[in-house]
Write a protein that binds this ligand. Structure first.
Ligand SMILES: N[C@@H](CCC(=O)N[C@@H](CSS)C(=O)NCC(=O)O)C(=O)O
Length: 287
């Protein structure tokens, strides 16, 4: 897969496209085990810096990943109120922030992407093309996002929103699931083109099909958990272990109140946090 890489966006964004975007990666791994072993050997786990960061207000996790040799780094799902924290950490660690990536158009907080582009000049915003949002790099299922010798595979996991993606690091045996799969839960499906049936199929085919020891890192946790594993979620997730019809019934009756910040979050998030911000946050971008 990485061998088929091509360069995009004036050579700054290295992406690799799967020959068949809908062929499950685990099937391909089985078909070409030596290629995957070779790729893993190229980039050892020790060469990756990993930080899980938290926003107490919205219970959102942001992830920083970096190649410790080349210093290239990516941030996944930053929150605007903590963009300065993230930029400071990137600077202190001497990293070159390449991509600020979103798993989807969030409804509960404003993405930190726009402010980070200002605080760390040169980084590029990333989101799924299917989301319809504006970003420097629009990714598709089957592509990979590279930082140094490392990469994240993009898997389309719609259901919470149409444009939800999950990022997989085979090297770290880790999966960044956004709101598709939460620890012992999953993203709600009652707005933003949500569909319980689609979410069930996405999570089972694209996430729970990964090896059981892959660590699950979600975009939120409301109960104090930090991570899970594919094996644990296959055994204990109270929603996704159910047959599909029961899952749909559960999701249609969650009765959750709408996220408090949905109305102020969606307009800026559709442009990756660059415009349409509430006044006090817009002022930060203008400073
Ligand atoms: N109370 C929070 C919103 C909580 C919420 O709805 N979380 C979403 C993910 S953010 S859109 C969700 O999918 N939750 C699933 C669940 O089972 O809790 C707020 O007001 O922001």
């Amino acid at each position: 897969m990485a061998m088929l890489g091509f360069l995009k966006s004036a050579g700054r964004v290295a992406l690799a496209r799967n020959p068949s975007p809908f062929l499950c990666s685990s099937l391909k791994q089985a078909a070409v085990p030596s290629l995957f072993r070779m790729m893993s050997a190229l980039a050892s786990q020790n060469d990756v810096l990993f930080r899980q960061l938290f926003d107490r207000e919205t219970c959102t996790y942001t992830y920083l990943l970096a190649d410790t040799q080349t210093k290239e780094a990516v941030l996944i799902d930053p929150v605007i109120d903590l963009a300065e924290r993230d930029a400071k950490l990137v600077g202190e660690l001497g990293l070159e922030l390449k991509y600020v990536m979103n798993t989807h158009v969030h409804a509960d907080h404003i993405t930190g992407t726009g402010l980070l582009k200002k605080l760390v000049p040169g980084c590029q915003s990333v989101i799924a093309e299917v989301s319809g949002a504006v970003a420097d790099v629009l990714i598709k299922h089957g592509e990979t996002v590279k930082f140094g010798e490392h990469e994240l595979e993009v898997r389309s996991t719609p259901g919470h929103t149409n444009g939800c993606v999950t990022y997989v690091s085979h090297n770290l045996k880790s999966v960044f699931t956004g709101d598709a799969l939460l620890i012992r839960g999953c993203g709600r499906t009652d707005f933003q083109e949500g569909s319980a049936e689609t979410l069930y199929e996405s999570v089972h085919s694209q996430i729970l099909s990964l090896p059981e020891d892959y660590v699950v890192y979600p975009a939120h946790d409301y109960k104090g958990n930090t991570s899970s594993s594919v094996g644990e979620e296959k055994q204990f997730n109270p929603r996704l272990t159910k047959p599909k019809d029961e899952f749909i019934e559960i999701m249609n009756n969650l009765g959750l109140p709408y996220p408090k910040k949905i109305d102020i979050s969606l307009p800026p998030n559709k442009v990756c946090g660059l415009y349409n911000l509430p006044d006090e946050l817009a002022a930060k971008l203008e400073d």
